[in-house]
Design a protein around this ligand. Structure first.
Ligand code: C2E
Ligand code: MG
Ligand code: MG
Length: 572
């Protein structure tokens, strides 16, 4: 004999309970019936004992039958048939009950063992099918949240985990940290060694990361070469820094990729969610801001998010936007600073220095916008404007003030980005002829950083410019990394000694001696020497005595707008 079916009958009407009990006893199906008179009592019993089916009266004193059904479905009663009982035929009610998860809807006088055992069978089958569906859905979900290459969670998985962690942190008043990682220069691995090598590298990095993070941390690959670690239950921000340090160290251990060994560095942006103050979106954005700064600060390091970083990012975004407009709106100006001949203190030349008349921020010097202009490439157009405007101005002065200007040299600064443009030499030639200027009246200043990057094409470009008769000067000499070799390699005719050396005159003996040596050495190469940043008579005197040809600095004049410069220096 098979084990009897166990039924829980929840019905407040004693007469009905009896009738149903009797009907079941008389049927051929072996069964046991446990009865409850209220929903509360029924739910309690259902939680404590196993039943094959629950017979539920639709009308109960303490709860509506559908509500009880919901409570049952929400609990651990899957696979248990729930059969709703009612006194009258009611199609819509029956439908609602079935939708809410009832296995069947019976009139009370229809209840018998056969029908119930069929309901039990069907409920079991239904449960099996539902469970299979649930399992495959769960598998799909897991697949959709996983990165097939590394086996880590993907962006989708991360977003879900982050939302959950943020909610939990808010409830429990705990802190979270987000470490956003980006491999430095991953693109060049893909470009030079191919995508298979790139994939291998990502897998290797994912494995190293998995080995470092704590059990409770959540590691994902967001896409490309971007990974993220979510640290939950953070006791102290230092924990995040320590983890970041360990990651930076572990990832830069050389990787064998095919025949070559590569060293890959990583930049990390860290953001902390403190006591649930910010949202998950803010957290990711903040980590991104910090990552950007880690990259800018030279990569291979981590950076904490701070409000100051945020301000810097916003400032840059605004500057970028305004810079695009500045050319159209004609907001750039050239100021001119005199270069004074040390022998007679007469003007020998001038340097054009860029200014930006910003609509709200006022007059800006290059340090406020030049780095952004270079990064965005806008410097190419701006630099072209500078050359045009400087040459136009020089020609205008030559016409108005022929006596004072006929031997003056105008020098202008070139950015490294400009020099990488293939058409620069031609553009200079065109500008000179457009303004009917002799190439000897023009000098272009480059900095040492230009010399160390991409030497071959730089030499070619600069040589082409010099071949036209334009002078080339090396600006800020002594601040960069250029070697004496560079001076041999590049066609440089003017050396501008950086103000750092000049300001040391009178109180830093070593720098003074270095200055004297540099002057002697440049002279030996037949170069013209300009001292920059001359601010005192003593400095001017020192430079003159040791043989600098030209002196430039506040001692003689600050950079001036064209008309003031003309009135001060060019009016005969
Ligand atoms: P730089 O070419 O070395 O120019 C000299 C800088 O020193 C100028 O700063 C000038 O105002 C400042 N200066 C001059 N005399 C003194 C002095 O006695 N004491 C001190 N402390 N400073 C002095 P400015 O105008 O702010 O320009 C900064 C830099 O921006 C320039 O350094 C140059 O590298 C760059 N720059 C300026 N104009 C242009 C341009 O048109 N194109 C490019 N690519 N760069 C430019
Ligand atoms: Mg300069
Ligand atoms: Mg300089």
């Amino acid at each position: 004999m098979s084990t009897p079916l166990r039924f829980l009958l929840i019905d407040d009407d004693e007469v009905d309970r009896h009738a149903i009990h009797r009907a079941l006893k008389q049927s051929l199906v072996a069964c046991e019936v446990v009865a409850a008179a209220t929903a509360a009592e029924g739910l309690k019993l259902a939680g404590e004992q196993h039943f094959d089916a629950i017979l539920l009266d639709y009308r109960l004193p303490d709860q509506d039958g559908i509500d009880v059904l919901h409570s049952l479905r929400g609990g651990r009663f899957e696979g248990v048939a729930v059969v709703m009982l009612s006194h009258q035929e009611d199609e819509t009610l029956a439908e609602r009950c079935l939708e809410a998860g009832a296995q069947d809807f019976l009139l009370k006088d229809e209840v018998n063992g056969r029908r119930l055992s069929r309901a039990v069978r069907q409920a079991r089958q239904r449960y099996q099918i539902e469970e299979a569906l649930r399992n495959s859905r769960e598998q799909l979900r897991q697949l959709s949240e996983r990165d097939p290459l590394t086996g880590l969670s993907n962006r989708r998985g991360f977003e879900m985990a982050l939302a959950k962690a943020v909610a939990r942190a808010r409830r429990g008043d705990e802190n979270l940290a987000l470490l956003l990682l980006d491999l430095d220069d991953f693109k060049s691995i893909n470009d030079t060694l191919g995508h298979d090598a790139g994939d291998l590298l990502l897998v290797e990095m994912a494995q190293r990361l998995s080995g470092i993070v704590r059990e409770s941390d959540y590691l994902c690959r967001l896409g490309g070469d971007e990974f993220v670690v979510l640290m939950t239950d953070l006791q102290h921000p230092d924990q995040a820094t320590h983890l970041a340090e360990r990651i930076v160290a572990a990832l830069q251990v050389p990787v064998q990729l095919g025949a070559t060994e590569q060293i890959i560095t990583t930049s990390i942006g860290i953001a902390i969610l403190e006591h649930g103050t910010n949202s998950e979106l803010d957290l990711l954005k903040s980590a991104d801001v910090a990552l950007y700064h880690a990259k800018r600060a030279g990569r291979n390091q981590s950076q904490f998010y701070s409000a100051a970083l945020q301000d810097a990012v916003e400032y840059r975004a605004r500057m970028k936007h305004d810079l695009v407009k500045a050319l159209e709106r004609n907001e750039f100006r050239l100021f001119y600073q005199a270069q004074i001949q040390s022998v007679d203190h007469r003007i020998g030349g001038m340097e054009a220095l860029l200014r930006w008349q910003h609509p709200t921020l006022g007059l800006l010097t290059p340090d406020a916008f030049l780095p952004i202009a270079e990064e965005t490439g806008l410097i190419v157009e701006i630099g072209h404007w500078v050359l045009q405007e400087g040459c136009r101005q020089l020609q205008a002065w030559k016409q108005r003030q022929p006596e004072t200007t006929h031997q003056l040299v105008l020098s202008m600064n070139l950015s490294a980005v400009q020099i990488r443009q293939s058409g620069l030499s031609r553009a200079i030639q065109n500008i000179l002829s457009e303004h009917a200027l002799d190439s000897a009246s023009l000098e272009l200043e480059i900095t040492e950083s230009v010399l160390i990057s991409d030497t071959h094409s730089t030499v070619a470009m600069l040589s082409a410019i010099v071949a036209q008769g334009v002078g080339l000067s090396l600006d800020d000499f002594g601040t960069g990394y250029s070697s004496l070799d560079h001076l041999k390699l590049f066609p440089i005719s003017v050396l501008k000694i950086d103000k750092g050396f000049v300001s040391a005159i009178g109180h830093e003996e070593k720098s003074e001696r270095l200055l004297v040596a540099i002057i002697a050495f440049a002279k030996a190469l037949g170069m013209k020497i300009i001292a920059e940043g001359v601010e005192t008579e003593q400095q001017a005197d020192f430079c003159r005595r040791h043989g600098c040809h030209l002196l430039q600095g506040y001692y003689f004049s600050r950079p001036q707008p064209a008309d003031e410069f003309e009135a001060l220096f060019l009016t005969a």
